[in-house]
Write a protein that binds this ligand. Structure first.
Ligand SMILES: [Cu+2]
Length: 263
């Protein structure tokens, strides 16, 4: 009895190995880094009944708590026939626009093509099977936004997609068009969210400024340094009169008290 149970467990383990493991969520994605893949002007599939190409993009940024990646995408000017369309993260980029060169789906857990992708259990799917997990492209225009816990902005792991591509397919899997991800924004260093004390030699403003949350940082501004912008100095020129000095001293005491309270 026991040995048969052990055999059953062993058999299941072997089957599990062959079919690949369930995808593991990534909980330490570098926050603030943004990748974007924008479809080119011409479709890869020459027979596409289209004026130009499908227009669209996928942007991806790690969730604020580093758990998973927030995807936003929009596709429009889709072919009138051949849908619903599928899209996936693929293993390689195709800088020359040849979507065949993107190779297979991003699948670091080796789920394979035969393992069913159960949308209610996204870990059962290939990491790159975004339309399998979150829905096919069924309208024109088509927009979607979701957090995926398995694809990653963390360089060096199998689930990292920042140096890869996505492919948009017809329902019959023909590759219609594809785009490489490019790095738009650097990750926000942790130091950006810690409060930095102003120098004590200048009067301390009555209220400590708050570090700007990384995600609401000035839009369009490069965050390559990642350093929170200090407000322009509130210090007035050092007054020379004794009463003003007294005032400065009291400001200083108040400031130090405040700092101690903050600490
Ligand atoms: Cu694909």
């Amino acid at each position: 009895m026991r040995s048969s149970t052990a055999l059953a467990v062993l058999a299941m383990a072997l089957i599990g190995h062959v079919a690949g493991q369930e995808a593991e969520p990534v909980t330490d994605n570098p926050v603030g880094v943004v990748y974007k893949a924008t479809l080119p002007k011409e479709p890869f599939f020459k027979g596409a009944a289209l004026d130009g190409n499908v227009k669209g993009f996928i942007t991806a940024m790690a969730a604020e708590d580093a758990n998973g990646v927030r995807f936003k995408l929009k596709f429009e000017n889709l072919p009138k026939e051949g849908g619903p369309f599928l899209y996936h993260l693929h293993v390689d980029p195709a800088p020359d626009g040849n979507c065949t060169k993107t190779l297979a789906h991003l699948d670091p857990f080796e789920r394979g093509e035969e393992t069913p992708c159960n949308a209610t259990d996204p870990a059962s799917c290939q990491v790159g099977d975004l339309s399998g997990k979150y829905g096919k492209v069924i309208s024109d225009p088509f927009e979607a936004e979701y957090t995926d816990y398995y694809a990653s902005t963390k360089e060096g792991i199998g689930a990292f997609f920042g140096n890869r591509s996505f492919v948009l397919h017809y329902a019959n899997k023909t590759r219609l068009t594809c785009a490489d991800f490019v790095h738009l924004k650097d990750a926000v260093p942790p130091s950006n969210v810690t409060y930095t004390h102003p120098p004590l030699t200048t009067p301390v403003s009555s209220k400590p400024y708050e570090a700007t949350p990384s995600t609401t940082g000035a839009a369009g501004q490069s965050s390559t340094t990642g350093v929170a912008e200090l407000p322009s100095s509130t210090a007035t020129p050092i007054p020379s009169s004794a009463s003003s000095n007294m005032l400065s001293a009291s400001f200083l005491v108040a400031g130090i008290t405040l700092l101690l309270a903050v600490l």
